[in-house]
Design a protein around this ligand. Sequence first.
Ligand code: APR
Length: 234
Amino acid sequence: MTTYNNIVILTGAGISAESGLGTFRDKDGLWTKYDLNDVATPEGFQRDPVMVHQFYNARRKNLLSAKANDGHYALAQLERQSRGTVWVVTQNIDNLHEQAGTTNLIHMHGELLKSRCATCGYIDTKTQDIGTDTACPVCTKTGVIRPHVVWFGEMPLYMDDIAERLTLCDLFISIGTSGSVYPASGFVMEALRAGAHTVELNLEPSDGESLFAEKIYGPATQVVPAYVKKLLSA
Ligand code: APR
């Protein structure tokens, strides 16, 4: 097994599925119960902020009792023990990678446990419910606080940082994502251009399955620790 110097790992909802947090596009996924245009777009928030706050307040409550699983812990172990650098770029807005001990972490779609003031931009840690009456602790305005989450039609966060890491990577691992949402679904192409070895660890083949040199299918709590063990024994 080759040893790698710069490992970039993209994760999606599938790595948190076994922690009890829903995915989006599986058979009983979140987008089968809610219209994403209502709860995950700026227009939806404009139309009905109360309903959007209720949607994220319920997901935040669910997250507060969720625990990281063996897939998250294996990636934190890889960061600690790998001779090379390891970065996790997650599409997930949960904090399970942090719970497991990952520190080199980029939340490209924002974080459920944070809120943002639309007026002054202040980003606050949030575990309680947010509502239209929540005041910004800095500019004191109300009706301007939103979840610090990237909605469809908005630019994901830290894209320059991610692009730089992808150009340097020699191993790209995609875990628990359907590969159906851009720009994350295009990261494997950037990794291939950098000459990286590309690996898909997922419950089933993703939309981008043909772009991966190596593919291992199964639950993240099984396939991720097994792959990390292989990497660390090289
Ligand atoms: N282990 C590994 N993979 C799993 C597991 C599991 N236990 N359970 C489900 N999966 C896989 C599914 O097979 C699917 O390919 O995880 C993937 C989940 O896909 P999606 O529900 O589309 O989630 P994701 O790819 O993270 O969505 C990307 O879309 O709605 C937006 O912002 C949202 O970040 C999200 C983005």
